[in-house]
Design a protein around this ligand. Sequence first.
Ligand SMILES: [Zn+2]
Length: 326
Amino acid sequence: MSKISIIKRVCIHIRTSVKFLLLLIIGCIFISGIVGFVYKPIYSVTFQGEHIGYIEDKSKLQKRINDYMKNGEGDLVAFVDIEELPTYTMCMLKKGIVTSDEEIFNKIKETGVPYYRYYAITESNEEKFYVATQEEAQKAIDQLKEKNSTNKDKLGIIEKYETELKEFATADTIVSELYEKPVVVARTPIYASSTNLSGRRIDLGISLTTPVKGVITSRFGYRGSGLHTGLDIGGKTGTTIVAAAAGTVTNTSYTSGYGNMVTISHGRGIVTCYAHCNSILVSVGDTVYQGQPIATVGSTGNSSGPHLHLEIRANGIAQNPQNYLY
Ligand SMILES: [Zn+2]
């Protein structure tokens, strides 16, 4: 066979193949045209092993489900738990098949478990009340702290995620229910009895400064009317009284005898008391420095005129202030 006739044969063969291929392509286009005219691609949705309908737009449904899981419906829903998600199978169905997006979504939604977010107010880690918002919870706690409720340090807030809602209380109800009045510590008066008086000078271990300048109107010891456990210094009403030494205010009180009185503890059992004050300038627990204004001269309680009744006590025993001052 000549080279030319081989080439001819190959050419004829290629031509036949191309023709056949063209026919095949045209045929395919024609068939898919008919199919496209009658059928359309659609998703069959299966959920919990059951066919629940058809949808055209898979991503739209998925987005709707995702949004529902993330936010739920209603203010209190934190999220929705859906255990199983639907599966999609693509298929060709005759045009005119009714899609059922809404129905499918509702079927999936029905299986969702909403988790509610709310807040518990706790006392000693025990849940006592529930409120809808963190602001409401904080409001209740703040009010209880402001009122100095005894349990203020045992209160707390817990964020709750639950499938069940609790009955909510208002901040006002919580405050009135949880409020505990501060207990007033009853103090045993350490004053005046004939056995706890000392005229002897002892070493107090601290040096004292004059609380107020003025004229001595009554001295320490047995006076005509009985026992006098302090020193009286006359002064104008409103004159500043200062702390005789640095210390801690352990008592401020009003009694019918002493009137307004401030007691300062200086440590090692040494205490000074300032009685019949017009006003008190310090509070229990305050740390005061030597010379700090603590009260003003007055005539409250059993007093015949404005003066300071000053007491110095060592382990409860009244000392003569004039051993140290004036
Ligand atoms: Zn006195």
